[in-house]
Write a protein that binds this ligand. Structure first.
Ligand SMILES: Nc1ncnc2c1ncn2[C@@H]1O[C@H](COP(=O)(O)OP(=O)(O)OP(=O)(O)O)[C@@H](O)[C@H]1O
Length: 250
């Protein structure tokens, strides 16, 4: 479980995060949603230590991450898997080398042990045998799956996904969403997904945190979101004519 308490973050005069508190449970998919510029990525970066919040705390299973120095954070960092926007694979490395990267960095395992783990992760994302391909030889959906395989290589307790569906067609997006949900439930990870994708919200949003102008505006599940009367949330989630019509049928 990850808890954030009263997170504030400004860039010069621009206060981007305004006192955000929330709890993200393990074994469920937690989504952070909100319009462009509402502070989603900044919050994610504050949580993983890429930004230092001005005030507030981030607790990983009761371990306060915020006051820790670089060295102290390493233990928690080893427990974090990240799926970056655009997959962020190393183009000059093969699929196998990409997935092995965190194992080389953080473990003392033998090559055979690391290869076993790579093969296990590749199988888990349905890409067995693709070890020697380079990212340029993969489709967008395959790249995301390799990104997920790399993110789970260290058997993480915490999984962060930044816009996992960006650039994917709707069908492939659902495959990626389902994979994230399955992995979360199978390994009981605390999973946090930043997304714009309303199919993800309705499909896998066990817990949803809606940010609006840097504030926590609403929290709840995908079942509850269909019945909310909050104008700002409705305008965001049910923005299209199709979604408005679909909502009327819930
Ligand atoms: N490193 C930075 N320096 C200065 N301002 C920043 C920085 N990072 C983000 N901001 C500002 O913080 C605000 C929120 O940005 P953020 O990227 O967190 O929003 P977002 O909700 O993730 O948006 P999007 O959905 O478009 O990715 C924006 O006004 C942005 O310009």
């Amino acid at each position: 479980m990850i808890e954030i308490r009263d997170i504030n973050k400004s860039f010069d005069e621009n206060q981007v995060l305004k006192g955000i508190s929330s709890k993200f449970e393990s074994g469920v998919t937690n989504l952070i949603i909100g319009g462009s510029g509402s502070g989603k990525t900044t919050l994610l970066k504050c949580m993983v230590g890429l930004h230092q919040p001005d005030s507030g705390s981030v607790l990983y299973d009761d371990r306060d991450f915020t006051p820790m120095d670089f060295q102290e954070r390493i233990e928690i960092r080893k427990e974090i898997g990240m799926l970056f926007q655009g997959s962020a694979l190393f183009d000059s490395l093969t699929v196998e080398e990409n997935i092995m990267f965190p194992l080389n960095m953080f473990t003392q395992q033998t090559h055979a042990e690391k290869l076993d783990r790579v093969n296990f992760c590749l199988e888990r994302v349905n890409l067995e045998g693709k070890n020697k391909l380079f990212p340029a030889e993969l489709s967008g959906g395959m790249k995301k799956r390799v990104g997920i395989a790399r993110a789970i290589a260290m058997n993480p307790k915490y999984l962060f996904c930044d816009e996992p569906n960006s650039g994917l067609d709707p069908k492939t997006s659902i495959v990626i969403d389902e994979l994230i949900k399955e992995i979360t439930e199978e390994y009981n990870t605390t999973t946090i997904v930043v997304t714009h994708d309303m199919n993800s919200v309705m499909g896998i949003g066990d817990y949803i945190l809606f940010l609006y102008e840097g504030k926590k505006f609403w929290e709840g599940s995908n079942k509850e979101i269909a019945h909310t009367d909050i104008q700002e949330l409705n305008d965001f989630v049910f923005a299209s004519r199709f979604m408005k019509a679909a909502k009327a049928k819930f």
